[in-house]
Each structure stands twice: as C-alpha cells, then as structure tokens.
Design a protein. Structure first.
Length: 292
C-alpha cells in the first residue's frame, strides 16, 4: 500500500507542478518514447539474467507489493519449533528426534508451526542443523562457521532479484537519452517545417530524457529498495535459528537459548517475552495479537 500511495504522491506532484508552470499534459503523452525506454530496459533485463532469476524477480515483485515480511506469528512459530526440538534433544532418544527432522511434513511438532512448515527452505535449514547436533561430533564454532556460510549464500541468492531490478533501473536514464536522441533525429528530418511543428518534435524528444529519469528514480529504484527490505527481513529468520541453536550448543537451557534468538529481531517487531512464554505453553495458539 505504501508503494502505491508513494507513487501517486510522486506522480501527482510532478504532473501538478508541470501544469502549475503552464505546461500541457498532452505534450507528455509520448507512447513511442515510453515503448523505446521500457522495451530496451526489459530487453536488457532479460539478456542480463538467467531464467531462474527472472522468475524469482517476478516473485520478489509480488512480495514487495504485498509487503510479505515476517509477522509476529512467523517469529513465534520459529521460536516455538526451536524450543520443541531443543526440549526433545534433552529428553528424548535420537530415533524420536530423527522422526521429526526426517519427515517434517508429518511431524506434529512442525505441524504446530505452520508458517515454518510452509517455508521449505527454513524447514530444511532447521532440520539440517538439528541433525548435526544429534551427530554430536561437530563443535559449536564449526557449526557457526557453516551456518554463516549458508546464510551468506541464502542472502546472496535472495537478493539477486534486487540486484537485477536495481541494475535495470540504473540503465533507464541512459536509455532515456537514446530515446531523446532518436527524437532529435526525427526533428532534424523535419527541419524545414514551421517553428511550431519543429518545437513540438523537439519537446517530444526531450520527454524521453524525462521518462528515463522518472522511471529510474521515481519507480524502479523505490521498487528495488522494497524488494531488498522484504528479502532481508525474510532472511532474518535464519539468523534467529542460528543464534538459538548456537546458544543451546554452548550450554544454554532452551528458554535462555530462545532469548538469544529473540534478541536478533528488530525491537519494533520483536515479540514480548510474555508472548514467547505463552507460545511455549500453547504452540500455534498464543501471541497473535500483533499479527491480527
């Protein structure tokens, strides 16, 4: 919603200011200039990125417009499943725990945390490192190094969409100049026409420069920034898992280990201690006030 409101304000101020100066909106109606700039930008985007990145960019655009960032329910479910697994690590046999991490879709523990189970990458991340803890040979600093490496890889992959959109946006001002030059070429071919006609052609050419800058800084740039914000917040869930499990491996009891994970959440999004405790007593059913 913020993206739509921001775009309306930006476009309204630009067009309103232009009209207030005595400009005529029909002069800005240059669909072929827009076709040149938009087509060249999209074409360059397709040339520069593999199919997987293109598909992921479309997905990232949807996430940005929907502001699909983790909510309190996502954080509570993540902490809840970690607490359940750490509790079982202390009290149950290896076979019982493996039954959960080998088939998380059928595990009652994961079923009580639906937002985690829905996120297959996060579920796999949790299961992989709980499995390493069960094996028992890896030391905490080795697990931490491995987690850091994997989180860095996940972050790099998830931000490929941001880099692709940002690069396309950066190219629009230059592509706008191309459109303007083509417009000037057209105007020069009509050099013998009256000043009124020639002026209109030159004005249409300059619209290309304006459109290129507008698309870059007022549309594509903000969209790319939103993609980065959303994807970065989504990746925060992996850091929660990392800090919680490392605290447990270093000797913290599950309740204290959860605090290590909870503290990695931004203060304005962080569930309260009471909400986390309620979730531990009633997995999947408590602490939903903010999410609602």
């Amino acid at each position: 919603m913020n993206m739509v409101i921001g775009f309306v304000v930006t476009l309204g101020c630009i067009l309103g200011g232009f009209m207030a100066m005595g400009g005529h909106l029909e002069v800005l109606n240059q669909p072929f200039e827009l076709m040149i700039i938009g087509g060249a930008g999209v074409g360059g985007f397709i040339m520069a990125n593999p199919v997987k990145t293109i598909k992921d960019t479309l997905k990232a655009l949807g996430e940005a417009f929907k502001n699909k960032v983790p909510k309190e329910r996502d954080y509570l479910d993540t902490l809840s499943i970690l607490y359940s697994l750490m509790r079982d690590l202390r009290t149950k046999s290896r076979n019982e725990i493996e039954s959960h991490i080998d088939n998380p879709e059928e595990s009652e523990l994961f079923q009580s945390a639906p937002t985690v189970l829905k996120n297959k990458e996060l579920t796999s991340f949790i299961c992989d490192y709980v499995r390493l803890i069960i094996i028992g040979n890896a030391r905490p600093h080795e697990i931490e190094a491995l987690m850091d490496e994997e989180i860095e890889t996940i972050s790099t992959d998830s931000l490929k969409a941001y880099n692709a959109v940002s690069t396309m946006g950066d190219a629009f001002p230059a592509i706008g100049i191309i459109a303007a030059v083509l417009g000037v070429i057209k105007a020069m071919a009509a050099i013998n026409e009256s000043p009124a006609i020639l002026g209109g052609l030159i004005g249409a050419a300059l619209v290309g420069t304006m459109l290129g800058i507008f698309l870059s800084y007022c549309l594509i740039g903000p969209i790319a920034t939103n993609i980065k914000i959303v994807r970065t917040k989504q990746n925060r869930l992996y850091t929660i898992v990392k800090q919680t499990l490392l605290a447990y491996m270093n000797g913290s009891v599950p309740q204290v280990a959860l605090e290590h994970g909870r503290k990695t959440i931004s203060s304005y999004e962080r569930p309260s201690i009471d909400a986390v405790e309620q979730e531990m007593m009633n997995p999947g059913g408590g602490g939903d006030a903010k999410a609602a």
